[in-house]
Ligand binder design. Structure first.
Ligand code: SAM
Length: 422
């Protein structure tokens, strides 16, 4: 069936798995491109994209999900800023600091990182941000750096006052922040992805891997590991953290940042605690003979001697469950949520977290039910509403997706201002 062939082609090309975005999403994109090309038969369109790289790229631009906004999820950026400040205090900030944002979509994520750097007093010459995406349409929007209200969904919008100028109904990012980011088109699945680049100290790779199947997710993570210095930081999306379960990464101490430090495997305890001069390849770790002596753990990183210490306990059991999930211990987090639900079935938190866990393990329909339950118990549960809108979008149910998005935005508009924790 031609549509199935197009789905497979997209999967091979960009990793997009139709079961995660829904066949409807692919079908709608194909129909849109067929209209644009004045082609009426799917078979004919399939033949065109087999031979035309330009048209395949147009289809990719149409099918990708560009959903993003400034300070999305908030905590990863607070953790990043805190880490910056801690490392500056300890005078061990690598210079120049190299940061990668992939995928960057329309630019909100790398520009958020640039704003964090500026707000922490890091001079442009001391840090460098590379921002990568496969979509040239998204990159053009990113380079233009002018945004509508949809890009400003966080509670605290004080950054907009500091770094943007209003242009009618839109906001233009100031040049000093724009100049900190360099945009490039690339495919994270390419075996030569950023080959020849110096390694990075910090990598943000959020909300892309959820669209891949397991093997492709690991292929992407392998590529990122090659680009990360020892003790470098990797930030993933909240549903993507389980991918690091069997890899040498330790969760940062910052709650719900979904940030991890790349460390030596546990059977090689002489991990180098500070950022080392970027080198390539930085992964797999250097042989024992090249390792340096152990010193104090890096600031901002929970000092763990093994991947998961069962003896540590948070005072709030829901926080414990969040911590377990952050660290990739999804089964344990799920059990904790279920126990909490048994104790008190009227609290939205455990339903929300279990929804995240189910989403992370690819069980989207269970996740949807759990997020719905969280919203039923707490109609102003912003995060659950946002997840529901993404799930509905993926299923091709655009109407419900919009409804949930509108509800989330109304909540944000009426919420009291919260300060970014820096
Ligand atoms: C949902 S956005 C995530 C943006 C941002 N990281 C965030 O979390 O807000 C997903 C982006 O992934 C890009 N993308 C999809 N497949 C890709 C690939 N194989 N390589 C690089 N970028 C890809 C899409 O073009 C889209 O802009």
């Amino acid at each position: 069936m031609p549509l199935g062939e197009i789905e497979r082609l997209l999967q091979n090309e960009i990793g997009l798995h139709s079961s995660t975005v829904g066949s409807d999403t692919v079908r709608h994109a194909v129909e849109a491109r067929m209209r644009a090309c004045d082609i009426s038969r799917v078979e004919d369109y399939r033949d065109v994209i087999r031979h035309s790289r330009t048209e395949l790229d147009q289809l990719i631009d149409t099918v990708v999900i560009p959903e993003t906004w400034f300070f999305r999820d908030h905590n990863p950026f607070s953790a990043f800023s805190e880490w910056l400040q801690e490392s500056r205090r300890g005078r061990n900030t690598p210079t120049p600091l190299r940061i990668l944002s992939v995928p960057c979509s329309t630019g909100e994520e790398p520009y958020t990182l640039a704003m964090c750097l500026a707000d922490c007093g890091i001079a442009p010459s001391q840090a460098h941000i590379d921002a990568i995406d496969i979509s040239s349409v998204n990159l053009a929007i990113a380079r233009n750096a002018e945004y509508g209200i949809n890009s400003f969904r966080s509670h605290d919008l004080s950054f907009r006052e500091r770094h943007f100028d209003a242009v009618g109904q839109r906001y233009r990012l100031r040049d000093d922040i724009r100049a900190r980011v360099r945009f490039t088109r690339a495919n994270i699945l390419d075996s030569e992805f950023l080959a020849g680049c110096e390694a990075y100290h910090v990598i943000f790779c959020r909300n892309l891997l959820i669209y891949f199947d397991r093997a492709t997710q690991h292929q992407a993570i392998d590529n990122l590991c090659k680009l990360l210095v020892e003790r470098g930081l990797l930030f993933l999306g909240h549903s993507e953290t389980s991918l690091l379960k069997d890899r040498p990464f330790t969760a940062m101490a910052f709650p719900r940042s979904f940030g991890f430090v790349h460390r030596q495997p546990v059977d090689q305890p002489e991990a180098v605690p500070e950022f080392k001069k970027p080198r390539r390849p930085a992964y797999p770790p250097a042989p024992a003979s090249q390792k340096q002596k152990p010193t104090m753990p890096f600031a901002g990183v929970r000092p763990e001697t093994k991947p998961h210490d069962n003896t540590r306990r948070d005072s709030d059991p829901l926080q414990t469950a969040f911590r377990l999930a952050d660290e990739g211990h999804l089964d344990e987090a799920a059990l904790q949520c279920e126990a909490l639900m048994k104790q008190d079935s009227c609290q939205p938190g455990p339903y929300y977290l279990l929804g995240l866990v189910r989403e992370a393990t690819g069980n989207s329909s269970a996740a949807e039910q759990l997020f719905r339950k969280a919203v039923y118990l707490a109609p102003d549960h912003y995060e659950a509403l946002t997840h529901l809108s993404v799930i509905c979008e993926r299923k091709g149910d655009k109407q419900s997706a919009q409804r949930f998005r509108d509800r989330a935005q109304r909540i944000q508009a009426t919420a009291p201002l919260r300060h970014i924790e820096q």
